[in-house]
Design a protein around this ligand. Structure first.
Ligand code: PLP
Length: 422
């Protein structure tokens, strides 16, 4: 049968660029993984200490009379009450807040949360005007490219860049001269720490964005998938920020539960309530097993402890290995820069004036058995012809020390050859 898709159906049927690359990578890996340096993975690693905690609380749940209630009954669209209560208690204590259950919504992973956000606050409004989903700083999470049912509703801005020439380091900053938030904006979303760059927008910058958005009653969603307190994948100090128009969005995926799909929105009741109603219509609620074991891990303090004592040190160490490998192997006289390693599970390399595209570099590296993710798809919503978009690659810190070192050694050789060609 020739199925007829709606406009929204057609939009959602498209495979985003990064999905196409992941397909290519998976096909490469399916062939022969021998000797391959896989620096491309987006999946977090299963850390034994973290897995042990999930096993412990799964057993506790199995042994408790609550088990039947968790898996055998529907629940509230806001989420599983013990998880909501655990979050309220933890966040109120940690950040001196006065959250109640009206401020919390649990979704089926944070990707679902951003999909709901983009279609509740972005897209066509009651007057037929397109409300944009604003990403204040490009590059950002590639998954934002598919969150709206409407074409061209995600809009992003070229950032400012500061460079530490002698250290081969750089950092993105929102460009407030270009960033436009006005009556055509529906919501603002950004990741902090950011995937792919590991950038952490400063507290001052977050306040500045939120204040600009507040003038037009635009809600700001801070995607805290890598932030403190869990999973704690920040390698420099950072403070979660709350406010009248700010929603702090957590994911439990990088804290070790990606399969269970738990996202958490914490924010003002009037922003959260419409999201809950949307969720009620589309999925009723998120699966409750993951929520139940997460509730126990948060309530006991183990979730935050794992973040501080296991997850952060593990990835921070990988970051140091990555930086050390760049220092040792990359040619000192070429214009390559690594983004300041402030957080996330990725390294982000900018090869300024690269003579070929990021995609072509990906293909050359693939032939040398090194898999990276070309950077171009991490600029969702950025229509401008900025050559930087084709000059970056993302390196996953889930790889082993040997893979990272080997991969960077090979990258260095290839980069040297490319820049020396006439
Ligand atoms: N936000 C960022 C910045 C991410 O990197 C990811 C996943 O990689 C997500 C959101 C989606 O996470 P999940 O839907 O598993 O909560």
């Amino acid at each position: 049968m020739q199925v007829q898709l709606s406009k929204a159906g057609q939009k959602m049927d498209k495979s985003s660029g990064v999905r196409a690359i992941m397909k290519d990578i998976n096909e490469t890996l399916a062939g022969n993984t021998d000797g391959i340096c896989n620096l491309s993975a987006g999946n977090p690693l299963i850390l034994p200490e973290v897995e042990a905690v999930w096993k412990k609380y799964t057993q506790k749940l199995l042994d408790s009379p609550e088990f039947g209630n968790v898996v055998g009954r529907y629940g509230s669209s806001k989420g599983y009450e013990p998880l909501i209560q655990a979050i309220i208690k933890d966040f109120n204590q940690r950040y001196n807040l006065e959250l109640t259950s009206k401020n919390i919504l649990i979704t089926g992973g944070s990707q679902t949360l951003y999909f709901i956000v983009a279609n509740v606050y972005g897209g066509l409004d009651q007057n037929g005007q397109m409300k944009k989903i604003i990403l204040p700083l490009s590059p950002d999470y590639t998954g934002y490219s598919g969150i709206s049912l409407y074409e061209n509703s995600v809009v992003s801005f070229v950032p400012n860049i500061s460079i530490k020439e002698s250290e081969h380091k750089f950092k993105y900053h929102p460009n407030f001269d270009k960033l436009l938030i006005d009556q055509t904006s529906g919501c603002v979303i950004f990741s902090r720490p950011a995937n792919p760059s590991g950038n952490i927008i400063t507290d001052e910058e977050v306040h500045k964005i939120a204040n600009a958005a507040k003038k037009y009653s635009v809600p700001v969603f801070v995607d805290s998938a890598y932030a403190t307190p869990y999973p704690g994948l920040n390698f420099t100090e950072m403070t979660p920020i709350f406010g009248d128009n700010i929603v702090h969005c957590i994911s439990l995926s990088k804290g070790g539960l990606p399969g269970e799909r738990v996202g958490i929105a914490i924010g003002p009741e009037e922003i959260i309530a419409p999201l809950e109603h949307f969720q009620m219509n589309c999925s009723i609620h998120s699966s409750r097993y993951g929520q139940a074991i997460a509730a126990m891990a948060i309530e006991s303090g183990e979730m935050a402890k794992l973040a501080d004592q296991v997850i952060r040190p593990f990835y921070k160490n990988k970051f140091e290995i990555f930086h050390d490998a760049l220092d040792r192997f990359m040619p000192k006289d070429l214009p390559w820069y690594v983004h300041e390693g402030e957080g996330s599970i990725f390294g982000w390399i900018w090869l300024k004036d690269l003579p070929i595209t990021d995609w072509e570099l990906y293909q050359i590296l693939k032939k040398e058995k090194v898999l990276v993710v070309p950077g171009k798809d991490f600029f969702p919503g950025l229509t401008s012809d900025w050559k930087h978009k084709n000059e970056c690659i993302r390196i996953s810190l889930t790889a082993s020390k040997e893979e990272i070192e080997n991969g960077i050694r090979i990258l260095a050789r290839i980069v040297q050859n490319l820049y020396s060609q006439p």
